[in-house]
Design a protein around this ligand. Structure first.
Ligand SMILES: C[S@@+](CC[C@H](N)C(=O)[O-])C[C@H]1O[C@@H](n2cnc3c(N)ncnc32)[C@H](O)[C@@H]1O
Length: 234
């Protein structure tokens, strides 16, 4: 990871406690199905093919990167968590995959030296940045893409009125399990709300537009706690 200016947010410090925990990384794929096959199919319907260069920010254990690699020319999988990257590198070695690059970096520190990307993918990662840095990250992403390229952004985003926050947060936490294991626990959901930076849809969507994207599809998932966007680079 390149040296950051002293004013820049430290992506390593904001990576999320659990993402540096090897036990969490080891059980991640049992706990979270990233729906990679259907995500790749969706992107195929939007032009993803064997000539595509794909960047993934917050690649984690690489569910999407591995699924996309069988379809595209090249995937660059970027993540600031060493154990997450190690997990993906094991999958790459086990599968003999030769078209995924893994990069230790993040939204703010990845330097793109290849041709402009056709597709940028990010799932459940942008919420690790406070809002001003989200806007900067989105502008950086746009600068790495070709005009007409697609950004698929899926994140924990709050799609309800701030006045409802107490009730909604309580409801969400109540859906969590008692123990940290193969399901998301109440403690993990509470930690997400208190320590991470999920934003409201009405803040994120203008950020996307201001960064040079046209939102083509916006979809609420998980009863107001998730948003999936398809945004085109204009
Ligand atoms: C919940 S995991 C999601 C992994 C994968 N995208 C998925 O959907 O299963 C969040 C990932 O975002 C990564 N992350 C945290 N801060 C980041 C940043 N500033 N830039 C890029 N990725 C980041 C974490 O290391 C972690 O791998």
């Amino acid at each position: 990871m390149r040296k950051r200016p002293d004013w820049m947010l430290d992506e390593t410090a904001f990576v999320g406690r659990e993402n540096l925990d090897s036990a969490h990384v080891a059980r991640y794929d049992d706990k979270e199905d990233a729906e990679a096959t259907s995500e790749v199919e969706l992107l195929r319907s939007l032009g993803l093919d064997s000539s595509s260069l794909v960047l993934e920010f917050g690649s984690g254990t690489g569910q999407f990167a591995v699924a996309a690699a069988s379809v595209v020319e090249h995937v660059v999988a970027i993540d600031p968590s060493p154990p997450m990257l190690a997990c993906l590198r094991e999958k790459i070695a086990a599968g003999g995959l030769n078209n995924i690059d893994t990069v230790h970096g993040g939204f703010l520190t990845y330097d793109h030296a290849r041709r402009p990307a056709d597709i940028v993918y990010s799932r459940y990662a942008l919420h690790h940045l406070p809002d001003a840095w989200k806007a900067i990250a989105l502008a950086r992403i746009r600068s790495m893409m070709k005009p007409g390229g697609i950004l698929r952004l899926w994140d924990v985003v709050y799609d309800f009125d701030p006045a409802e926050a107490t009730e909604r947060f309580e409801q969400w936490c109540a859906a969590g399990g008692d123990t940290v294991g193969e399901e998301w626990s109440r403690a993990e959901l509470a930690e997400h709300i208190s320590d991470e930076y999920s934003t409201f849809a009405w803040l994120l969507e203008p950020m996307l537009e201001r960064s040079g994207f046209r939102i083509e599809k916006s979809e609420q998932v998980f009863d107001g706690f998730g948003m999936r966007h398809i945004a085109r680079a204009v």
